[in-house]
Design a protein around this ligand. Structure first.
Ligand code: C5P
Length: 227
């Protein structure tokens, strides 16, 4: 069967990656979490003192970009993708609240987006890819055959993220998570380059009241229809 490109965009913590990852595994496509790439650049900035009280040392970050190599590998035990920054596994470190609270300003920088979008397009050149993010259907793969835009209420998204962190033994405050989700939504929607918005031809999914199994089923049906 001819392989297609699947773009899944939406708000922070709305379960995009879970859906996207499961679908990719089932249909034998590559899965790329584009948010992990913005998170890895943010971790690099944190590790290298590129954040100051007044913002980001943009010139230094621009000069460092060629030295920031992001790649993925599959954990053979869990079959889950793991993010590598310059060859080092950073999957856990990019998911911390510290990275979550610094990532959106980094992702708003045009030169960062330009570099990452280029790499993402390269990864999808052969199709057979499911990529999730904020600008996949609008900027990265505007010609994707299947585009989904996922949303859910901020409160429900924060609750899910809270439960997820708690289950991983990394409890965080619910209020802090809700604030972070709302702040990221705001910055992501209002930036000049590649803002978060639904592509005109994307199918809208509000999963506020759906179980993971229902979302999986829904996505599988969309894939069937698109192929
Ligand atoms: O998907 P995730 O929540 O891990 O993404 C982290 C952040 O990376 C988002 O809040 C957003 O600021 C940024 N991002 C982006 N464009 C993408 C994917 C993520 O700006 N395609």
């Amino acid at each position: 069967m001819k392989k297609i490109t699947i773009a899944i965009d939406g708000y922070s913590s709305c379960g995009k990656s879970t859906m996207a990852k499961d679908l990719a595994r089932e249909i034998g496509y590559i899965y790329i979490d584009s948010g992990a790439m913005y998170r890895a650049v943010t971790l690099y900035c944190l590790d290298n003192g590129l954040f100051t009280d007044s913002g980001i040392r943009e010139e230094e970050l621009r000069n460092s970009l060629p030295d920031i190599r992001i790649s993925f590998r599959l954990n053979p035990e869990t079959q889950r993708p793991v993010t590598l920054l310059n060859g080092e596994e950073v999957e856990e470190r990019i998911r911390t609240m510290e990275v979550s609270s610094h990532v959106s300003p980094v992702a708003a920088l045009g030169f960062v987006r330009e570099a990452l979008v280029k790499q993402q397009q390269e990864m999808g050149r052969q199709k057979g890819i499911v990529m999730d993010g904020r600008d996949i259907g609008t900027v990265v793969f505007p010609d994707a055959e299947l585009k989904i835009f996922v949303t859910a209420s901020a409160d429900i998204r924060a609750r899910r993220r809270y439960d997820e962190l708690k289950a991983k033994g990394r409890p965080a405050s619910y209020d802090e998570i809700l604030k972070n989700v709302e702040e990221r939504d705001y910055i992501d929607q209002n930036r000049e380059v590649g803002p978060l918005r639904k592509a005109e031809d994307a199918i809208l999914l509000d999963n506020s009241h759906m179980t993971i199994a229902e979302q999986k089923q829904w996505l599988a049906e969309q894939f069937q229809k698109a192929t």
